[in-house]
Design a protein around this ligand. Structure first.
Ligand SMILES: [Cu+2]
Length: 152
């Protein structure tokens, strides 16, 4: 009698475990977690019309993401993703549609490389000032960043 109950209990447990296994979702990569570090921009007079912002974008998630656009409505009429490339010894900037941020990796925006181009400046970028930049990511959505204006 006791043994019969034990067998039933074990069978019941197996059924429960089996059900759990069947119901368990297939593992999917966690959504990206984007962290922005050290966002800064070079000083630029408004009459220059353009400036550039730099930062390190860290993806702490297990899925890749991509920066697909940016806006700074109070500061620049237009914001583009730019890449600097050497062509015949001359550095030229090209607009890019997206910058990949690999899973568990970083994307570095720096002078002479990939950067965020601020066009049609609405105000002077003075050392010590801060301005807001909205970064649009494919998966993480829009992140708001404070950009510090400094010489280097
Ligand atoms: Cu540029």
């Amino acid at each position: 009698m006791r043994n019969g109950l034990l067998v039933l209990a074990v069978l019941g447990l197996l059924v429960v475990l089996g059900a759990c296994r069947a119901a368990a979702p297939t593992p999917t990569p966690k959504p990206t977690t984007i962290v922005i570090e050290g966002a800064w921009a070079r000083p630029s007079p408004a009459m220059a019309g353009a400036g550039a912002a730099y930062m390190v974008i860290r993806n702490t998630g297990t899925a890749p993401d991509a920066l697909i656009g940016a806006e700074a409505p109070e500061t620049a009429g237009k914001v583009e993703l730019h890449e600097t490339m050497m062509e015949g010894g001359i550095a030229r900037m090209h607009a890019a549609h997206r910058f990949e941020v690999p899973a568990g990796g970083t994307l570095e925006l720096k002078p002479g490389g990939k950067h965020i181009m601020l066009l049609n400046l609405k105000k002077e970028l003075k050392p010590g000032d801060q301005f807001h930049l909205d970064l649009k990511f494919e998966k993480a959505g829009t992140l708001h960043v404070a950009v510090e204006v400094r010489a280097q």
